[in-house]
Design a protein around this ligand. Structure first.
Ligand SMILES: *[C@@H]1O[C@H](CO)[C@@H](O)[C@H](O)[C@H]1NC(C)=O
Ligand SMILES: *[C@@H]1O[C@H](CO)[C@@H](O)[C@H](O)[C@H]1NC(C)=O
Ligand SMILES: *[C@@H]1O[C@H](CO)[C@@H](O)[C@H](O)[C@H]1NC(C)=O
Ligand SMILES: *[C@@H]1O[C@H](CO)[C@@H](O)[C@H](O)[C@H]1NC(C)=O
Length: 242
């Protein structure tokens, strides 16, 4: 009798201990309200697809800043400088990031398996019209990244700054205009400045040549080629949606 009661008390204590531990874990999750912590970007920094940066008092406020911006998929927070920066994609490749002590990285729930996230196969990429390309979830050729609707799609309106590149691919014989020598940044400006036609894609090759196009891979799928020998160091750029 006594023996079974002490066993019962022991079981009760064990359950209490378990509950306490569990509460401890969930309270640290509550701090990062509706965000997923990614440890692979701790003490790293990357400015790719950065939307904004702001000084905030603590990590939960950084998560809140990101929550307020519909385009924000993820945020980096520096515990020492208090700098919080929002990104429109998930930063999936720590190898291309640089070291920055004291940073923490958070994803909004939709940031998991989102554009930019790391992947092994296309089933790892959950956003509409995406594929796993070179280990990262990317828009399928012909579809534009739309940060506001969080998908890859055919745009109603185009953005005036951002393009996404597909390396070693090009649309053959579809150029409306060519410019050389120019930088990639100048090529982007030339494209968004066109008024006589709608520039939606361009090619940049041999480090200084730019060709603007008014068509996408969806318009001319039979003219989409890979530069298999890497002879031209060419990339195809598709304009984002506004
Ligand atoms: C990341 O690096 C940039 C450029 O050096 C810097 O301005 C920014 O404050 C850094 N971000 C964080 C979160 O530390
Ligand atoms: C594009 O237009 C902007 C603003 O009108 C101008 O400042 C810039 O020089 C133009 N760039 C090119 C490459 O045409
Ligand atoms: C290829 O082009 C990119 C710019 O588009 C440049 O940064 C890079 O250095 C080039 N690589 C080679 C091998 O020329
Ligand atoms: C692209 O521009 C060419 C003229 O350079 C025109 O014939 C063609 O219809 C345009 N295509 C689209 C999809 O706007």
């Amino acid at each position: 009798m006594d023996f079974s009661i002490s066993r019962w008390i022991l079981a009760l204590l064990m359950s209490l201990l378990w509950i306490l531990c569990h509460i401890h874990v969930t309270s640290s999750e509550i701090i990062t309200a509706n965000a997923v912590v990614r440890h692979n970007f701790a003490n790293k920094n990357d400015t790719y697809r950065m939307l904004w940066s702001a000084k905030v008092r603590a990590a939960p406020f950084c998560v809140m800043e990101c929550a307020r911006d519909i385009e924000c998929a993820s945020a980096l927070y520096n515990k020492v400088t208090k700098i919080c920066q929002g990104h429109s994609v998930t930063l999936g490749n720590p190898a291309v990031a640089f070291d920055e002590p004291n940073t923490q990285y958070f994803l909004k729930p939709f940031g998991e398996h989102y554009i930019g996230d790391s992947c092994a196969t296309t089933t790892d990429c959950w956003t509409i019209n995406t594929e796993c390309r070179q280990g990262l979830c990317s828009c399928l050729p012909g579809y534009s990244f739309s940060p506001k609707t969080q998908e890859c799609k055919v745009c109603d309106q185009y953005d005036n700054q951002n393009f996404m590149a597909i390396e070693n691919h090009f649309l053959s014989k579809s150029n409306v205009e060519e410019f050389s020598p120019v930088t990639v940044e100048e090529c982007i400006q030339l494209c968004v400045n066109r008024t006589d036609y709608l520039c939606v894609t361009f090619e940049f090759w041999l480090s200084d040549s730019c060709a603007l196009q008014n068509v996408t891979v969806l318009d001319l799928p039979h003219k989409w080629f890979e530069d298999k020998n890497l002879a031209f160091n060419i990339s195809h750029y598709q304009r984002d949606c506004a």
